[in-house]
Design a protein around this ligand. Structure first.
Ligand SMILES: NC(=O)c1ccc[n+]([C@@H]2O[C@H](COP(=O)([O-])OP(=O)(O)OC[C@H]3O[C@@H](n4cnc5c(N)ncnc54)[C@H](O)[C@@H]3O)[C@@H](O)[C@H]2O)c1
Ligand SMILES: O=CCCC(=O)C(=O)O
Length: 525
């Protein structure tokens, strides 16, 4: 399969301009063909214009047609076959089973949103029928539905080249909501992005949709991303990446004449709390499971367990001993980009250099592009006195905080910024302590889980992959699971509109058969 390096705009392939750049094979650092050229400002402008032109037609497509479009994207991605898998492996250094698994998740996600669209529940249809006889005043007829917000810009993530990238959760949920999508490809995997972008562009044509429904733009810098974020036609942004990049986009979006929401998923250290009974009963077992989660994908998961909290004692010692025994057996693994590798090495070096921190164990050393896993420990007092210890080290490094007692452990949790997840390891005898921490955890994190680790997010209807700042820019929502669609919708109320003028979802006869809540009752068709 020939790999095109063109931008995809308005149903066409459009070569970029300027100095050519190439993807890098993550394992070797060698340049990969073909050369890419960044989109021009005019091309980004054109993508926004096409998206705006496509918006009104796309957002009113029949629900079945929109669902079939999402399914066509999934099918076209599968049809890319091994070309997609091998290119993605080369660009990211991630192994085949991981890429194949992520492709399955991406396709599953698209199909889940197709089902969400077909059901129509996302329209949130509500009806308060008119009460003309009501005293002292009659009630008007009120009907509400959710409408798509407008064109959405999605920034592909480096660490999930499929499930959080061109056809990932942000794109799937925005398209499901009825929003055209412009993707700014991550420069670490442009070939993967081009292949998946082509699959979406083909689906747009196959389904007879307006060509502006999808665009893909390349840029190895930040100019195109900034331009898109500032463009008045763009209504929302989805982003997964660094805190620096996410907050820069938040500032741009907030400074516009008309500010727009940015749904940025940024940084999280995902505290793991080890309770005393669980530690006493199975400290070593938890230690081994922890190492497996810590080192998954070279630790390049936003859900990576970067902080472990426990009260001092033999149980914690057993946990540490088991982790210290397991970690040296773990091979160093290729990291996504030289920049991410460098940042990881700098983070580990800062922990090594901190006099209040001791190294518990290390994994095996590797090549120039591989990250060596590392586990460190410190005291709660040191952690509370040095905010740098709470910063994310993106990769397979974690810090164990030894606490004197439950009060100190609570103080450490209380000091943390917003997080995606908190993992609690507990037995029944720990329930009292865990219950006491739950209100605090609810204020800090998006997902609380028991006797597991946050890595490996289930894509479903009750999932929250979000959390208070800086885990995300807006802790009221999620970027994984069907609730993600709500980010790209807003409610409109229709008061006393003649039936003939109402959108089909709200017309008296309910021709779409969508679930509707009447007078605040449970939604039914
Ligand atoms: N929490 C997470 O899930 C997660 C995921 C990936 C990376 N990271 C962190 O980010 C670091 C860098 O990795 P990365 O390259 O994936 O993230 P990044 O934030 O540098 O880049 C992500 C995307 O945003 C764009 N971008 C970055 N800064 C921008 C700006 N100021 N304006 C407009 N666009 C901008 C980039 O071009 C890229 O397309 C990692 O070392 C890690 O610390 C975190
Ligand atoms: O890196 C961010 C997403 C993590 C995730 O989806 C997972 O752990 O499965």
């Amino acid at each position: 399969m020939t790999l095109s390096s063109d931008n995809l705009i308005g149903g066409e392939r459009v070569p970029g301009a300027g100095t050519p750049w190439r993807a890098v094979e993550a394992a070797s650092g060698a340049a990969l063909e073909p050369a890419f050229a960044s989109a021009t400002a005019e091309q980004a402008e054109r993508a926004c214009r096409h998206a705006e032109e496509a918006f009104d037609a796309y957002r009113e497509t029949a629900l079945t047609a929109r669902a079939e479009f999402l399914e066509a994207i999934a099918r076209n991605i599968l049809d890319l076959g091994d070309d997609l898998v091998t290119r993605c492996m080369a660009e990211t250094g991630l192994p085949r089973p991981r890429i194949e698994g992520e492709r399955g998740r991406t396709i599953g996600q698209l199909r889940m949103f197709a089902e969400v669209v077909r059901r129509g529940t996302f329209l949130g249809a509500r009806i308060d029928p008119a009460l003309p006889e009501r005293k002292p005043l009659p009630r008007p007829d009120l009907r509400l539905r959710q409408v798509a917000v407008g064109p959405v810009v999605v920034f592909g993530a480096s660490n999930f080249p499929l499930a959080f990238s061109v056809a990932g959760g942000d794109t799937a949920s925005a398209l499901a909501a009825g929003c055209p999508v412009i993707v700014k490809a991550h420069p670490a995997h442009p070939g993967t992005s081009a292949l998946v972008g082509g699959a979406i562009q083909r689906a747009v044509a196959e389904c007879g949709l307006p060509a502006g429904v999808f665009a893909l733009l390349f840029d190895d810098g930040i100019a195109i991303g900034q331009q898109l974020a500032a463009d008045p036609r763009v209504a929302a942004i989805g982003f997964t990446g660094s805190r620096r990049g996410g907050t820069a986009l938040m500032h741009t979006a907030a400074e516009r004449a008309v500010p727009i929401p940015v749904y940025a998923e940024m940084s999280s250290i995902n505290p793991v709390v080890l309770f005393p009974a669980a530690l006493a009963n199975r400290g070593a077992e938890i230690g081994r499971a922890f190492v497996a989660s810590l080192t998954l994908g070279s630790g390049q998961f936003c859900t990576n367990p970067g902080l472990v909290l426990a009260v001092e004692g033999p149980g914690l010692d057993a946990f540490l001993a088991a982790a210290a025994e397991a970690l040296p057996g773990v091979a160093a693994a290729t990291m996504l980009t030289p920049g991410i590798h460098k940042a990881y090495c700098a983070g580990v070096a800062a922990l090594e250099a901190n006099p209040a921190v001791t190294r518990v164990a290390q994994g095996q050393t590797g090549s120039a592009h591989q990250g060596q896993p590392a586990l460190f420990a410190t005291s709660a007092a040191a952690f509370l006195g040095d905010h740098r210890l709470a910063e994310e080290v993106f990769g397979a490094a974690s810090l164990v905080v030894r606490c004197a007692d439950a009060a100190e452990l609570r103080a450490v949790l209380d000091s943390l910024e917003g997080q995606l997840t908190a993992a609690l390891h507990m037995d029944e005898a720990d329930h009292g302590q865990a219950r006491a921490l739950l209100p605090l955890l609810e204020r800090r994190v998006g997902r609380i889980l028991v006797n597991g680790f946050g890595t490996g997010v289930e894509v479903g209807h009750a999932m929250v992959h979000g959390g208070p700042y800086p885990a995300t820019s807006d802790g009221r929502t999620t970027s994984v699971g069907s609730l993600a669609i709500d980010r790209f919708l807003r409610p409109v109320c229709y008061q006393d509109l003649p039936d003939a003028l109402l959108p089909a979802a709200l017309a008296e006869a309910n021709p779409l058969g969508v679930p509707r809540s009447v007078d605040g009752g449970p939604a039914g068709a």
